[in-house]
Design a binder for this molecule. Structure first.
Ligand SMILES: Nc1ncnc2c1ncn2[C@@H]1O[C@H](COP(=O)(O)OP(=O)(O)O)[C@@H](O)[C@H]1O
Ligand SMILES: [Mg+2]
Length: 353
């Protein structure tokens, strides 16, 4: 039975929810994560406590599982290549490689003829100066790598001085970056789609996402966008999936502009926070669909059986729990994190209408 196991790299809440879905489909799950008490370890059949580049540990994971997947896009590319030579890893390492760097990600969107925000490559203060001159003095400086939940970003909301620029470069540790033009969007949406090993693509209904301080706060389904925009967003996503020969669930974040245009922000080669609502209103959640895709099971169209809003419980938001527990149209999902910290995602809930 051991070879029916799935390996998951990364044991955060996404790994935990993937493990739950995999268990429900009868698979055993082994997680690899350096943190002893990571959220996924609590419900996996085994936990390999090791760093993501520990080849001996990766070797063990490959031997003890049939397929490997991952829950975050910063898995070292060398790790993915190492595993690829020994076993099957989905989504493909190319998706990982491209999405790890905001510059290559934007170039790849362009190759697929998907519009992106205006951007400039920033390697030093001179580049930043020149880019801000062109952008009209505003924009968002983002590190090319390792940013998430708004981290590694510096916003220039109004005209800036040389001192501000130096501080911004300091704040991102002079890491390679890009400056993005600021988009005054009407709303943000994301497309969650899955592609099977045979190339079948299925889409979840499109959520509308509200961020505060760079962190997703809530996702509402359906989004208040018209069908033309929804079709366009799915079409862009399909192009990306085909170009990457993708297998698994992908999330593509878009800005909807006030004149009805669509601009790709970024993509995540994994299940995504803006798809959590699917566990509450679809028989096949994003986690189920991902496990189906990577193991070669049939994908189904994830029909939605209700309108809903998913809200994250971030840091002290967990104080809302007693009240939420008393509400019958709310599905609560906690991640088993013991320590409450500001900005830390502790759980989420989905209110069904
Ligand atoms: N160019 C932009 N114009 C306007 N808002 C932006 C822009 N880039 C990012 N944001 C806002 O910040 C949020 C987080 O930025 P994002 O690039 O998605 O980084 P992360 O990798 O941290 O999710 C976005 O969802 C959006 O609300
Ligand atoms: Mg984002």
């Amino acid at each position: 039975m051991e070879n029916l196991a799935i390996g998951i790299i990364g044991g955060g809440q996404l790994g935990r929810m993937l493990a739950m879905a995999a268990s429900r489909l009868g698979f055993k799950v082994i997680v690899l994560d350096p943190m002893v008490d990571c959220p996924a370890a609590q419900l996996c059949s085994d936990h390999i406590v090791a760093d993501y580049d520990d080849e001996a540990a990766l070797e063990v994971l490959a031997q003890r599982t049939r397929i490997i997947t991952y829950e975050f896009e910063n898995v070292p590319v060398a790790t993915a290549h190492f595993l690829e030579a020994k076993t099957t890893i989905f989504p493909p390492s190319r998706a990982l490689e491209i999405s790890q760097d905001r510059l290559t990600e934007k170039q790849f969107f362009a190759r697929c003829s998907i519009p992106t925000v205006p951007y400039w490559q920033i390697d030093n203060k001179q580049d930043l100066h020149a880019a801000l001159m062109e952008s009209g003095g505003t924009g968002i400086l983002k590190t090319r790598r390792l940013g998430y939940d708004g981290k590694g970003q510096h916003w220039f909301n109004s005209a800036v001085s040389e001192v501000d620029m130096s501080k911004a470069m300091e704040a991102i540790n002079h890491a390679p970056a890009i400056l993005e033009g600021f988009i005054d969007f009407a709303c943000e949406i994301s497309v969650l789609a899955a592609r099977s090993q045979k190339g079948v693509v299925e889409y979840f209904d499109i959520p509308q996402n509200i961020h505060r301080e760079g962190i997703l706060r809530c996702s509402q389904v359906p989004a208040s966008i018209d069908d033309i925009i929804a079709d366009q967003a799915r079409d862009y996503t399909q192009r990306l999936l085909e170009a990457l020969d993708y297998v698994g669930v992908i999330a593509v974040e878009f800005f909807v502009t006030k004149d009805g245009g669509l601009i790709a922000n970024e993509f995540a080669p994994r299940v995504h926070n803006s798809g959590h609502w699917s566990e509450a209103v679809c028989c096949v959640s994003q986690f189920d669909q991902h496990i189906r895709a990577i193991t070669g099971l049939t994908l189904v169209r994830p029909q939605r059986h209700g309108d809903c809003v998913m809200e994250n419980l971030i840091g002290e938001d967990v104080a809302k729990l007693p009240e939420l527990l008393g509400q019958e149209n709310v599905l609560i999902h906690l991640y088993g994190k013991h320590e409450v910290r500001a900005g830390r995602k502790m759980g989420h809930f989905t209110r069904i209408f």
